[in-house]
Write a protein that binds this ligand. Structure first.
Ligand code: ARG
Length: 602
């Protein structure tokens, strides 16, 4: 057991090989060289490369001239204004097969047009070598994503659904980027509520040991009933508090009852995870319990822990309320567990990036214990250094009435019911289109599931996660507009274009080539090439909506291409079929990263 002494700094990799890295990274490399030649005395000038908003100006631009001029002003006489710096940067770009032409615009932007030939070659190469060769490179080897994390004995609610969906996507993006991800379900399986539950179980179901499953068929109702008893009867309350002590002391009978209650909850959670196809490893709050005294001891040695009104607390700059780590009664809490879990993840699991996905309401809790960990030297003070922690907050799920999403009887909505409804609505829609006559029952079921669950996930992910979003079946299941239904159908249509051509795509990959002669082919091609940098952005900024937006625009670019360029039967058939295939491959990878199962026919 040792404190985290050193803080590693992991630098971003610059890759020499042009076949590796995104287009943006390759351009950054070229412009870094050019900037070095332009202003040899200036060190540490990071190239600023962005895609052009208006493709008529170019594909990418370098935006360094203005800030660079401000920096060297008066010191380097040959540069009299920002455009002259821009001009020099442009002249100094090393020759490469990537850039077709470049020119100066406005106050010194260097606009770059990529070579069509190079773009086409790169797409063809991806088709041959696989989309994995387009995986972003991140400066971390192992990460923890702490997500879903419902509380035992309480219903998993839509907030946990958001956490599950967002967390799974982030984990998938990291995994695609070759980061080892520890997918942690930090379930609330410890705490004072268990005294009350166990005591109630003993009281109402004396034969609980053989039949607890029947005793607690509805865990939520059981929770409510025991809470009522707890609030109404002081004598029961007393016994419940005593039960907590017995449980924490490790008394066999109490341990066993606790384990059974957890098991019942776990089965319920599992149903949701199975439907969503989400994989998680449970390490609940109880897991960290034995480590708490040692972790607090380390913080104490750093002089962080103080006495305040009978509790042991950590004061955090800028926040008047302290972080309580030992309660008045000597018990531990959410914060002591989280600090300990952080210690464990850094030291035992050697995670370099730890990501927590919960509603924004918990932001202060995370900020406080992150700050404490920084003060203790467990984490570097700088936010961009590793090991790094991030709280990924999200807004509320609202109902049609603009209030918190509830059922009519104002109960918490059961997630399983929600997912079932999405699927059933999709099934009905498919039957209306006569698919029950065309397909096997299994195909019908699988498609309804893929589309229904996909729609729920996409409706959540496409918004900036910080905003509240309104849950609306009609909207998310619409087959037009920015929905999973529309996107899944678009993908299926591309697959059917390829199928109906009667051509063997593997053969085309081998003998054919990709060309991007038509303007709409080129726009589509450029969009395809931007996939790696978009995943990287979504991943580093922890924003799945960036990937959703990319996917939606991809399908729009494809539609424009398909409307304006004849595919089957044209002189460019081979190249265009390959472009269809590349689009389908990238779309499928997007679906995969968003946790959506693609469909191939519709
Ligand atoms: N159980 C908590 C809740 O339902 C979420 C836990 C999030 N993870 C953590 N390490 N605090 O709100």
């Amino acid at each position: 057991f040792s404190p985290v002494g050193k803080v590693q700094s992991v630098s971003t990799m610059a890759d020499g090989d042009e076949n590796l890295g995104s287009v943006k990274q390759i351009l950054e490399m070229l412009f870094a060289q050019s900037i070095r030649l332009t202003v040899p005395d200036e060190t540490e000038v990071a190239p600023i490369i962005t895609p052009c908003k208006d493709l008529r100006h170019g594909d990418y631009q370098c935006n360094n001239a203005m800030s660079l001029f401000a920096r060297i002003r008066g010191r380097v006489p040959q540069y009299s204004n920002p455009p002259s710096v821009g001009q020099a940067i442009m002249n100094n770009i090393p020759t490469s097969e990537i850039i077709e032409s470049s020119r100066i615009a406005g106050p010194g932007y260097v606009n770059v047009v990529l070579s069509r030939k190079w773009m086409a070659k790169r797409i063809h190469k991806m088709l041959k070598d696989g989309i994995e060769t387009w995986a972003p490179k991140l400066p971390v080897k192992r990460a923890v994503v702490d997500f879903s994390s419902p509380n035992i004995a309480k219903e998993m609610h839509v907030g946990h659904l958001r956490s599950t969906i967002i967390g799974d996507t982030l984990a998938r993006m990291l995994e695609f980027s070759n980061v080892e991800v520890l997918r942690r379900n930090h379930v609330g399986d410890w705490g004072t509520q268990f005294g009350m539950l166990i005591e109630y179980l003993f009281e109402t179901f004396p034969d609980w040991e053989v039949a607890s499953g029947q005793a607690i068929s509805d865990l939520e109702a059981f929770y409510k009933a025991s809470k009522q008893r707890f609030d109404a009867d002081p004598e029961f309350k007393e016994r419940a508090q005593q039960a907590v002590v017995s449980l924490q002391g490790g008394e066999e009978r109490y341990r066993k009852a606790w384990a059974q209650i957890c098991e019942i909850s776990r089965k319920e959670f599992k149903k949701v995870y199975e439907r969503l196809g989400v994989h998680l490893e449970e390490k609940g709050e109880s897991f960290y319990n034995p480590f708490i005294p040692k972790a607090l001891d380390l913080l104490n040695k750093e002089g962080l822990i103080e006495e305040s009104e009978g509790a042991r607390v950590i004061f955090v700059e800028g926040i008047s309320r302290p972080l309580i780590v030992v309660k008045k009664d000597g018990g531990y809490n959410y914060a002591s567990t989280d600090l300990t879990a952080l210690w464990y993840r850094l030291n035992e699991e050697k995670a370099e990036w730890i990501i927590y996905v919960t509603d924004v309401g918990q932001r202060e809790h995370f900020e406080m214990f992150f700050t404490a960990a920084k003060r203790a030297g467990w984490l570097p003070a700088e936010a961009d250094k590793y090991p790094k922690v991030n709280h990924v907050g999200f807004g509320l799920v609202l109902g049609e009435d603009g209030k918190r999403f509830r059922t009519r009887s104002s109960e918490v909505v059961k997630l399983v019911d929600l997912l079932d409804e999405a699927k059933n609505r999709c099934k009905t829609a498919l039957i209306e289109r006569g698919k029950d006559k065309e397909w096997t029952e299994e195909e019908l079921e699988q498609t309804a599931e893929a589309v229904g669950y996909g729609a729920v996930k996409y409706a959540d992910l496409k918004n900036n996660r910080l905003t509240n979003y309104t849950f609306n079946f009609d909207q998310m299941l619409n087959d037009k507009g920015n929905t999973a239904v529309y996107l899944l159908y678009a993908h299926a249509r591309i697959c059917s274009i390829i199928r109906k051509s009667g051509k063997e795509i593997e053969e085309l990959k081998r003998v054919g080539t990709v060309a991007l002669e038509h303007p709409d082919e080129r726009v589509l091609g450029l969009h395809l090439l931007q996939f790696p940098e978009v995943v990287e952005e979504a991943c580093t900024n922890l924003l799945p909506n960036v990937l959703c937006e990319y996917l939606y625009n991809l399908s729009e670019d494809f539609t424009r291409f398909y409307t304006n360029c004849q595919v089957v039967g044209s002189a460019e058939e081979t190249s265009r079929l390959l472009l269809c295939e590349a689009t389908a491959v990238v779309m499928r990878k997007c679906f995969h990263l968003l946790g959506i199962t693609p469909v191939y026919k519709i």
